[in-house]
Design a protein around this ligand. Sequence first.
Ligand SMILES: C[S@@+](CC[C@H](N)C(=O)[O-])C[C@H]1O[C@@H](n2cnc3c(N)ncnc32)[C@H](O)[C@@H]1O
Length: 347
Amino acid sequence: MLTDDFERRLIENTQPVRYFFLAQALHHALHLGLFAALDAEPGARADALAQRLGFDQHRTEALLRYLRNEGYTVLADGWSLSAKGREVQVFAPWFEMLVGGYAPSMEQLGDILQDGTLYASRNTTKVGEGSCGIGRYDALPLVEQLIDKADPGSRPETVIDLGCGDGSFLMDLLVARPGLRGVGVEPNEGSVVLGERRRAELGLGERMTLKQGSAQDALKLVDLPDGGRGSAFMTAFVLQELMEQEGQEAIEQLLASAFELYPEVRWLVVEMDHKPLSPVMGSHGLALNFYNPYFLIHAVTEQRLETREWWDGLFERLGLTAEVVAHPDPRADSTGLQFGMLLSKQK
Ligand SMILES: C[S@@+](CC[C@H](N)C(=O)[O-])C[C@H]1O[C@@H](n2cnc3c(N)ncnc32)[C@H](O)[C@@H]1O
């Protein structure tokens, strides 16, 4: 039973357990503002921190000590963030989406494995918020590329973002491009509430509206001028949602009726290339940290990923051409697994 290397093997084999706890602790501490409060006031006392944040003092102290032992906080004349603690704040959206959004789904993995008719639930508000935050580094520059490289005569001036999450992706795009107008459409009420708050904070009320609804309602929610010229629908990581909820035919119908009603409109699509067995998956750090869990959670929740070739085939059958194709800036994501297209109807 007990060998002389047992403790070494125990430590080695329980590393995933350590990181399971660490990921959860970091997510909650980031999400609830503990890191931001420590950053704003280095050397804070735990009782004052707890009071300011509306936390229980005893539990706040326990969390601060736990984070100290993992190297994120420092105790010396009060509590502060370490350099590692300051750095991790940049990456909060990855924790928001994968941990805040999908930890509830992973909890259900055993049940849904044994019953293929069930879907694991998730925290959709956190998924939307985290996804938009991640998009600031990958999908947003990608969409900007798609817009910049569009034919000047049909370059989008209004973007209708279907499944916009908390709308922050669209808002970041509007902030980056002062000439652009936006409409955000999102079925999840919690995301719309967050979006309304942020829209007011950014003073974007004149240039952007937010509507609660699903992508399938898009054509009822907007009335575009000039046969859609100068407007673009956008689905960033949302066709994958419709695939499992409504099926391929519903996507085909949505795209076909949008281009029939608005022959001049454009469609910005951002998706992931579903290649869980690609060589990159075993060798690339981002593929292991992000895409490997991403591919798994999409198989257990009500979403379905498809390959780039599969999407190409669907768009081609509908007579849609990719005017521009783009990938994220390789400084943010060099896996080649995320892609975007600007689609138009072939004449
Ligand atoms: C992964 S998030 C993407 C959010 C945002 N588009 C982005 O790029 O980060 C997927 C979003 O799609 C929304 N969604 C789910 N089903 C939808 C549907 N039928 N129509 C529109 N949006 C939907 C979810 O509520 C969620 O906010």
